[in-house]
Design a protein around this ligand. Structure first.
Ligand code: 4AD
Ligand code: MG
Length: 431
């Protein structure tokens, strides 16, 4: 007999089955005891009637502790009022591992306590729902690019140089070769890939030694980065909006149950349809000024600024052409106005801020050398990258989407710490 999961019970109505899992919750009322079993695929209410079971089992149903591993046996019944739609008219109960004093109880706990117990907290229904949505988002990311002829190109994690500025680099000693750095972004390698394969994406963990303690910053996060040869900033924005629409639709279609567990308001998600508004940095600055914010042209937007700007729209907004001084060295300057870079940030609605950063890349060798010098980056580490401008250089563009910020937005979460199984932040590297 193959193993039976709660998610498959619809195929077994009327049959006697056994299911293994953990005791999620229990309650009793006189002659009836209820056990909620969880097995990772769902929840099953098991009903023990005093008259139907031995006195030993009836007692057991009362005495076992939360998160004990158990096997329940009984007849599957359709029960629309029950979570998952089925119930077990239970006759048997076997303890596989008895547990008492499970540290996380249905009462409220502080978030630091829960983060310390993250390895157990993951079992709660809310966290299970978030992880399932995260998984669905990652599947949508892969499907989207795979279905459109992109090749997955795995970029290295140990790298010789900075990609996104030298202030957020994690370094480690690398044998006789000096320092190696944990990658901040796979982009530079994706560019090599785009010139080899046309359309590629990298997808992996990226690292930033972020000293900021905010609800959006992790030190280790997952980023997907498409890169396309013969593409400009407009193509990049077209791709980004189609991509975000696809992700949101996929989650709403396949993870409705989980969004309900999280009590996510679906109205704002339903509005995530193309076309998204596209405004220039200058227009965004005007929005801030009109709201009475003192903001100087040339600065980057803070979280509060982004909230005001995105608050003007009911769907993600694409802000393009930032001052090149605040952006990375590899971004192409706008030929029409060299003060700005052909960059785009996509700001999510509902105050979630930047979830995508992208640009058209500088494809001119001499201009790129100038940018590397201006950023005081070590030229020798970028020689290989400059080769991409020496041999068959073409316009190309790409972007990076942060998975955790996307999960936080789609799930409607306060903080990115709940969006990844084991968060790494300035004050946390355990469990
Ligand atoms: O804007 P960023 O820094 O862009 C890049 O790294 C480019 N190389 C991407 C590219 O063009 N290929 O980062 C991209 C996204 C951000 O919009 C955000 O969603 C996420 O990565 N991100 C973070 N997420 C969590 N914690 C952090 N510390 C993050 N830093 C960036
Ligand atoms: Mg950015």
């Amino acid at each position: 007999m193959h193993k039976l999961y709660i998610s498959n019970l619809s195929e077994h109505v009327g049959e006697v089955v056994s299911v293994k899992g953990w005791l999620y919750n229990k309650r009793s009322s006189g002659k009836i005891k209820f056990i909620i079993l969880r097995d990772g695929t769902g929840y099953l209410q098991c009903v023990y009637f005093k008259g139907n079971v031995t006195p030993e089992i009836f007692e057991l149903a009362d005495s076992i502790g939360q998160e004990s591993a158990i096997e329940v046996t009984g007849t599957v019944k359709a029960e629309p009022r029950s979570p998952g739609g089925y119930e077990l008219d239970a006759t048997g109960l076997t303890i596989l591992h008895e547990t008492h004093d499970y540290p996380i109880t249905p009462k409220e706990h502080g978030v630091e306590f829960l983060m310390d117990k993250r390895h157990l907290w993951l079992r709660s229904s809310r966290q299970v729902a978030i992880m399932k949505i995260r998984h669905r988002i990652i599947k949508a990311v892969r499907d989207f690019f795979d279905d459109r002829g992109f090749t997955l190109l795995d970029s290295p994690i140990l790298t010789p140089s900075a990609c996104e500025g030298t202030s957020t680099l994690f370094s480690t000693d690398y044998f006789d070769l000096g320092k190696a750095y944990l990658t901040q972004s796979g982009q530079l390698y994706a560019e090599a890939g785009a010139l080899a394969l046309g359309k590629v994406y990298t997808f992996g963990p990226t690292f930033r030694a972020e000293k900021s303690k905010t609800r959006r910053h992790l030190t280790e996060f997952w980023m997907v980065e498409p890169e396309v040869a013969f593409a400009d900033l407009d193509d990049d924005m077209d791709l980004a909006e189609e991509f975000l629409e696809y992700i949101v639709q996929s989650v709403m279609k396949d993870r409705a149950e989980e969004l309900k567990v999280l009590e996510r308001d679906l109205t704002p998600l339903q509005k995530v349809v193309r076309p998204f508004p596209r405004i220039s940095y200058d227009e965004a600055v005007n929005i801030l000024h009109a709201e009475g914010v003192e903001f100087e042209w040339g600065n980057d937007f803070g979280a509060a600024d982004e909230t005001i700007i995105s608050g003007k729209y009911d769907r993600p907004v694409m802000v393009h052409r930032y001052p090149s001084e605040v952006k990375a060295f590899y971004m192409k300057r706008d030929p029409e106005n060299p003060k700005v870079a052909l960059a785009v940030d996509v700001l999510a609605p509902e105050g979630y801020g930047e979830i995508i950063g992208g640009s058209q890349r500088e494809d001119d060798l001499d201009l790129l050398i100038g940018r590397i010098k201006a950023h005081e980056l070590p030229m020798e580490d970028f020689e290989w990258y400059l080769d991409l401008r020496r041999y068959g250089s073409v316009p190309h563009a790409g972007f990076g989407l942060g998975i955790e910020r996307t999960v936080a937005w789609i799930c409607g979460l306060e903080h990115v710490r709940e969006t990844i199984p084991f968060a790494r932040m300035i004050y946390r590297k355990t469990p």
